[in-house]
Each structure stands twice: as C-alpha cells, then as structure tokens.
Ligand binder design. Structure first.
Ligand code: AMP
Length: 618
C-alpha cells in the first residue's frame, strides 16, 4: 500500500504541485488552494468573484457558457439553461420523478432505472458531462489565477451521497481533466477548515449544520485518530434560503393586496420581487428595518416580522437536528462542537436557534460559503504529504472494480480509499432465464477493463431462472488491513453465494502503479467518451431485446400497424447502433420509448380487467 503522487510533466513524484480543493455545489461552486504562507485560500479569478454559479447555458450556435454569464439566461432561455445539476448526479429517473417539475429543462423520462440524461436541442447530456463542464470552468479559473496547470483535485460531496453519486462526481472530475485524488464529505471538509480533526490525538463528536439556498442537511461526525466517521445525517433536499425569500414575497403580496396568480404570470416582476426579498433578508444581518419599492409596490419589512415568517422553516431544521442525534444515539451534551456551513447560516435567527438547541456557541468565524472549499484544500494538502504532523492512513493505490456490460470497468473501491474498507453494489442479469453470472475483478483507473489489470474471474452459478432484471446480485468487496481483497457475490432471492480472495498488490511495482495512473490521465477524455458510447449502445441493445421480446409475447394486444411501426423503430435503432454515434443512439432510444410506452400501459390495463372479471364487487 502506498500513496502515489505524480507530476504530469515529468512523471515523477513532486510535492510542490498544487492540488486544489473543490466545493461542487448545487447553486454555487468554488475552488481553494493552500497559499505559500500555508493558509487555505479561495481562488478569486480577476474580476469574476469567488462563487461560480453551478449553471451551464447552451447557445444556439453550440456555444457553452458556465457561471455568472450562464445565470443571466435562467429567465430568458430556461430550456437551454441547466441549473441544480448536482440534484441529478448519479440518479435515475425513478429517483427524481417526484420533483421533476422543479427543472425547467428537459430531463429524459425513459422510465428505466438507468441514469438520467438531459436533452438540449438535438443533443443529450449526462449530469456527469454537465458537472464536468462546471469543473472545467473551475479548473480554468484556478489555472488563470495561479498561473500554473492544475491537474489534481479533491472534490466534496454531501455526506448522504451514495456510491453511484460519488462515482458520478469522480467521473465528472475526470471529464474536466482532473485526477480526483479523493471525494471528501462536505461536513468533513468544513470541520477541517476549523482545524477540527487535524490533531490525531483528539477524539471529538461534532455536528455540521449546512443550510444553503435550496438544500439543508445536518451531519453528526465522530473524529478519532484523524478518521472521520459519519454517524448520521438528516435534512431536506428542498429547504433553504430560497424558502425565506418566498415567505417574504408572499408577505408583501398580502400587505399590498396583490393578486398572486397575476404576479406569478409576470415573470419579470416576480423575479424583481424575489431579488428584493433576498436583499431584505441579507440586510437583516446588519439592520432591523427594510423599506424600499419595486415599481409602486412597497417592500417594507422589519426583522421581528421576518423572523416570525421564517420560524416554521428554521424549526424544521431543528427537528432534523433532533432526528440526527437520535439516529446517532447521542444526547446534546455529547456534541463537542457545532460548525455552520452555507450562506443561509448568516441569518441571525438560524444561528440563535441552532446555538440554543445544541446549548453552545456555534462556529461561524469562517465564511460559510467558503468553508467547505477551504477544508477541501486542507485535505488536498494532507494528501500531497505536505503536513508531516498528520498521520496518513494506508490507502489503496489503484481502484478495484468489476467488468460490466460492454467491457466497462465499474469501480467498487476507488483508489486512495483508506484500508480496511468495505464496499458493494447490486447487479442483475441482462437476459431472461440467465442462470450463471460471470464476475471478473479488475484493478486500475481506465474506463475499459481491457486497459486494466485482471485480478480474478469466477462464476456465480445456480441463479434460479427469472426474467432479465429480476435477480438481485450483491457484490461486496472487503479489503483488509493487509491488502487482501475478498470478493463476495450473493443472489439475494435464492441465496446462492460464491467467494474468492486475491491480493491486489501482488506482483505489481510502484513504478507500474505510477504508469497506470499516468495512462489514466492521458487517456481520460477518450476513455470517458468511449464509456458513454458503450453505455448508450448497451442501453440500445437492451431496448432491442426487450421490445422484440414484448412483441413476441404480447403481440396480440397490438394492431398490425402498431407492430409494423414498432419493427421499423427497432430496425432504425439497430442501424443507428451500428453507426456508433452516441447522441443519435440516445435520441432513437427516446423515440422508441415514447412510441412503445402506451403498449405497456395497455397490457397492464388488460391484466387488471382480466383479473377483475368474475369477481363481484360489493
Ligand atoms: P449557498 O447555497 O450556501 O451558496 O447559500 C446561498 C444562500 O445564502 C442564498 O439563499 C442566499 O440568499 C443566502 N444568504 C447569503 N447571504 C446571506 C445573509 N447575509 N443572510 C441570510 N442569508 C444569506
């Protein structure tokens, strides 16, 4: 086990290269680094400010803008302006169905369980690509401000992000040309920014309260010997400062006796009022009365009334803190420190209520917008080996994963994970009646397994015959402190099980590890675009299989015309699959979905009708 740092230019180990810390946020993103005085500092690229709105706009000529310039298009060009993409990262349509109306742009609803895509004009983008564009902008700004290439980064994610969301964040970094050394939990980064957890001797339990513009979460962390463990998280992904603004606007509507429906229809006025409300909210950080006009509407509000307006929302966050404590099985007295994160924690009432709840003063000395990025920079500095006083835990030098459809590498334990570690994911079969499943284990950073190092291969046999997609196969990787990897596969419905053990570091030198890392960086872009093509192709092939099977089995429910039309759609999909153009494949998949969706619904209705027949309803 070794920690490997490489310099891109020379291929050798060089400690001086800057590794940045990136807070990839839902609303805003920012980058920080450790300056020559050894202090964490956010990057302010000349005249552009520190915060980069996490917004991407696609212009008519294929031009792409990111950040403040893109934000201007939110109102004027909503279909082509992508915001809040972090909410879609690593998610399937099923995951986001309940809040799909939140997005003004087109999220593809091919009710499958695969990852969502976004349709802009005649192109399809994955949230990974879009986040990649934001990260690319951050990289460019850092390079411009620091006047040096920036190739390595630590990126933060919410503590509640699952494996798939973390992997998606890694991939986005890769697409932006960044070697992502580690994905760090946002609350961990925030504590590091306050120096909490830097002393390996200390053991502490802390609460990190993060209230942003549109999301809220609270995490309880236990820090022991430099290891941060998340004991519990709680929150609401649709609660934040935007709700405070809305409460103020509603109050003004009532005071001025305006017609809410008319106001909502007048986008420009509604937007102006919303901005005025935000201005009032911020003003209460230093004054107690706000009195201005928008057109001839009086926008008057005092701090006491403001606090009454937002009290129910703040109370909701306190309930979440109670729940988090309960889940962590801790009492308030066991919390040693409380750290505040997110712009909305500047609100006086929020600070007061959180402090009162935890019965202690909260940490709010560091700018709450910057605290996560600053902590990420500190984590980056630790990984770079610049802090000798800090114990660096043994980490796996290369990612470990398995082969999935199309010869792709699916990472289960990412490189730089501390050992011992355990991770797993659920898989299923791709063919009806499939009874065996090949599990091939690889090591390396490339997207295609053929470029990685094979560690083991075995077959999980005796899966009971079921339709494709029904079996649930859990694959778990357990890497112990001696570097032994145990791979376990178990089909949950039947209980069939298989296990193997390998030693990933056996027969590989540090130089070879370094070379593999170098290769992954030089080939990052082509790797990711190849992966996306393979994913699109696999999805297309799966669709051909499903639709052909459907016609064979349930053709009786379709008219002759419908069958001919479906066959034409599938023939077209097959010929597009052969051409290998990602966007064209996705477009045709979408078209087939759109056309065949009513068939499945009809079949369902039919099944219900048949079931009802002969039954008397009292
Ligand atoms: P974030 O998502 O962490 O960037 O937080 C942005 C939110 O913080 C927005 O809702 C802002 O209106 C809010 N915010 C910024 N400054 C203040 C302030 N002084 N008082 C209250 N809320 C603020």
């Amino acid at each position: 086990m070794a920690k490997v740092s490489i310099n891109l230019a020379t291929g050798s180990i060089q400690k001086e290269e800057i590794i940045v810390g990136i807070d990839l946020g839902t609303t805003n993103s920012l980058v920080a680094f450790i300056n020559p005085d050894k202090n964490a500092q956010v990057i302010n690229d000349t005249g552009k400010g520190v915060l980069v709105p996490s917004i991407v706009h696609f212009g008519p000529a294929g031009d792409v803008t990111v950040g403040n310039e893109a934000k201007e298009f939110l109102i004027t060009d909503p279909y082509n302006t992508i915001f809040s993409v972090k909410r879609l990262l690593g998610r399937s349509y099923k995951d986001i169905e309940n809040y799909k109306d939140f997005f003004s742009y087109k999220v593809i609803d091919d009710d499958s369980e695969s990852l969502v895509k976004i349709n802009v004009g005649d192109k399809f983008y994955t949230p990974i690509e879009l986040s990649g564009l934001i990260l690319k902008e951050l990289k460019a700004r850092a390079e411009h401000a620091l006047k040096t290439p920036v190739n390595r980064a630590v990126i933060t994610v919410p503590a509640y992000f699952n494996d798939s969301q973390r992997q998606a964040t890694r991939d986005a970094g890769k697409l932006a040309g960044l070697d992502v050394l580690r994905i760090v939990n946002e609350p961990t980064a925030a504590s590091l920014a306050y120096g909490i957890g830097l002393n390996p001797e200390e053991t502490k339990t802390i609460a990190v309260y993060d209230l942003g513009g549109g999301t809220f979460d609270v995490s309880i962390l236990q820090i022991q010997s430099g290891i941060f463990e998340v004991l519990s998280t709680n929150g609401d992904t649709f609660l934040g400062g935007d709700d405070f603004d809305r409460a103020i606007v509603d109050y003004w509507i009532e005071k001025n006796q305006l017609n809410k429906a008319e106001l909502v229809a007048n986008h420009e006025l509604a937007q102006e009022l919303r901005l005025k409300a935000e201005e009032a909210k911020k003003a209460f950080s230093h004054q107690s009365l706000f009195n201005e006009k928008v057109g001839d509407i009086w926008c008057t509000l005092d701090r006491d009334t403001f606090e009454q307006l937002i009290l129910p929302k703040v109370q909701q966050t306190i309930t979440a803190c109670e729940n988090a404590l309960r889940d962590a099985k801790l009492s308030i007295e066991q919390i040693d420190e409380v750290v505040m994160v997110g712009g909305s924690t500047r609100t006086g009432l929020v600070k007061k209520m959180v402090g009162d709840f935890f019965k202690r003063p909260v940490h709010d000395e560091v700018n709450p917008d910057e605290v996560v990025a600053l902590g990420a920079a500190i984590q980056a500095d630790i990984l770079a080996g610049n802090r000798k006083d800090i114990l660096l835990l043994d980490v796996t030098p290369l990612s470990l994963g398995i082969e999935t459809m199309g010869g792709l590498m699916d990472v289960i334990i990412p490189r730089n994970s501390k050992v011992p570690t355990k991770a797993g994911r659920q898989y299923t079969t791709s063919k009806d009646g499939q009874v065996n499943m090949k599990i091939a284990v690889y090591q390396g950073e490339r997207d295609l397994i053929k470029e990685n190092r094979k560690l083991a291969e075995f077959e999980l046999k005796g899966i009971p015959a079921m339709p494709a997609g029904f079996p649930k196969v859990d694959i778990n990787f357990l890497l112990n402190a001696d570097g032994i990897l145990k791979i376990q596969a178990i089909e949950l419905r039947s209980g069939v099980k298989q296990e193997v053990e390998v030693k990933p570091t056996y027969g590989i030198t540090d130089d070879q590890v370094e070379q593999m890392l170098m290769d992954s960086i030089t080939h990052a872009k082509e790797d990711v675009s190849q992966r996306m093509l393979i994913e699109a192709r696999t999805e297309g092939e799966q669709m051909v299989y499903t639709v052909e099977g459907f016609i064979k089995k349930h053709g009786a429910y379709l008219s002759a015309n419908e069958i001919t039309a479906t066959e034409k759609y599938i023939a077209d999909l097959k010929s597009i699959l052969a051409t290998g153009e990602k966007d064209a494949i996705l477009k045709q998949i979408d078209a087939v979905n759109e056309f065949t969706r009513p068939f499945a619904e009809r079949l369902m209705d039919q099944a219900i009708n048949t079931a009802m027949k002969g039954k008397s309803i009292e």
